[in-house]
Design a binder for this molecule. Structure first.
Ligand code: ADP
Length: 267
């Protein structure tokens, strides 16, 4: 899965990265889903050790165009993990109080504590994406933010946070299909926002903004992964695999009980 990691300083050409890619995986959807299920079990066990050991912190950033599958990833990759140790933080249009502070203020408040895993559904990257595309701040303001974000993430990493960032890469045709599917299904109408069509019209501007993000903020301490995401099962497989490997690499173990339990009898 390392091939999806953006190497620091590398050029990114999103138009040349196939959102239908299946890498070296030879199996079909069914086999892919089975593998995701197995990784799910591993993740469940690893997250329990993370929670019990109260040492490491894990931050997962999800960014995508509308319909890109952020919610789907949260549902399927994290299925079964203990909700006590996992938090989802969603970043919406900032409130007046949030806008009155610097853009990282609302973010820093919800980063994971020891033993916790936090999933960012959108993130501080909106402050160099939507803010840039919609001219919500002048270029000299958002232009400074790449360095600020790298420094912020470095601080988190140096203080013990493992950071993994995923850009769910779909193409414009796939988005069309997904938006049409939402329109066709009354149970999905709540997910359909007319504003999504306006954002869709700005697709190329967003791709340019994402390219800058991926080129400027994939660092050794907080790498980006460009996840082929037209196939939902493959998207989940990539993210589950990266996550399981990162957690294994932490080599965490259950804490010893400070009492001698060898002679304890429960009556
Ligand atoms: P989602 O699409 O993530 O499921 P919403 O439909 O509520 O959730 O969309 C959240 C909206 O908030 C998005 O349009 C996003 O661009 C916007 N947003 C998030 N952060 C910011 C920000 N810092 N400045 C302006 N808009 C933001």
């Amino acid at each position: 899965m390392d091939k999806y990691r953006v190497k620091p300083g590398a050029k990114v050409r999103l138009s040349r990265i196939d959102p239908n890619d299946k890498g070296d995986f030879k199996g079909d959807k069914k086999e892919g889903r089975e593998l995701v299920g197995k990784l799910n079990k591993e993740l469940e066990a690893l997250q329990e050790v993370l929670y019990a050991s109260q040492k490491a912190k894990v931050l997962i950033v999800l960014q995508a165009m509308d319909t890109g599958g952020k919610d789907g990833v949260i549902r399927s990759v994290f299925e079964g993990v203990n909700p006590e140790g996992v938090t989802v933080a969603a970043f919406k249009v900032p409130s007046p109080a949030e806008l009155a502070h610097d853009y990282l203020w609302r973010v820093h408040q919800v980063v994971p504590a020891k033993g916790q895993m936090t999933i960012f559904n959108r993130s501080h990257y909106e402050d160099v994406l939507v803010v840039r595309v919609h001219n919500l701040a002048p270029p000299e303001v958002w232009g400074r933010r790449f360095e600020q974000i790298n420094a912020f993430e470095k601080l988190l990493a140096e203080e013990g946070t493992t950071i993994l960032k995923f850009f769910l890469h779909i193409d414009k045709d796939e988005q069309k299909k997904r938006l049409e599917a939402r329109l066709a299904d009354p149970a999905k109408h709540w997910k359909f926002a007319l504003g999504d069509l306006k954002e869709r019209a700005l697709w190329d501007d967003y791709m340019a903004a994402y390219t800058d993000v991926l080129e400027k903020t994939s660092t050794p301490w907080a790498p980006w992964y460009i996840v082929p995401a037209n196939r939902k099962w493959y998207r989940d497989l990539v993210i589950s695999s990266v996550l399981v490997k990162a957690l294994k690499d932490l080599k965490l173990s259950y804490p010893e009980n400070k009492d001698d339990l060898s002679k304890v009898v429960v009556v």
